[in-house]
Design a protein around this ligand. Sequence first.
Ligand SMILES: [Zn+2]
Length: 176
Amino acid sequence: MSSRSEKERFWAKVDKSGDCWIWTAYVLPVGYGQFGIRKTKMALAHRYAYEDAIGPIPDGLDIDHMCHNRKCVNPAHLRAVTRKQNLENHSGANRTNLSGVRNVHFHKATQRYAVSVTHNGKSHYGGSFARLEEAAAAAKALRLSLHTHNDADRIPVTVKEDQSVRSERAEPESNL
Ligand SMILES: [Zn+2]
């Protein structure tokens, strides 16, 4: 069998000089490396690396790049996930707001959840939190406090006073 030389051939095409192990041979237009096992059989490089280093990929599971680097074949950066989990992880890499919670924005750079509520055209900052649950609670509290202030602001006392003042003034004016 030529399986040993096949593995050697595979790993010889990998640049392990960095944290991500980069596939240096053919890369598909979608960004994944491709490895020719035999003339008629091709494998995705990261899947080959996973199976070689970790074991067979369970039926129906995708191999997800935790490092978001599709050319990477470092088994430590790979994990078997369901298709749904994989899509969630991909969207997490691309979207700017990924909390799914109103007024809560996940900041990738800091890995924290920031709270901001826009009220009457003005943005109110509610802090940043390590946990989504804390951020969601803070967002709710901030909305409630803004709405409470808003209700107080909207009691039309001044309008009524103006009208009554005007009508009181109107009567003496008509008497003049
Ligand atoms: Zn990597």
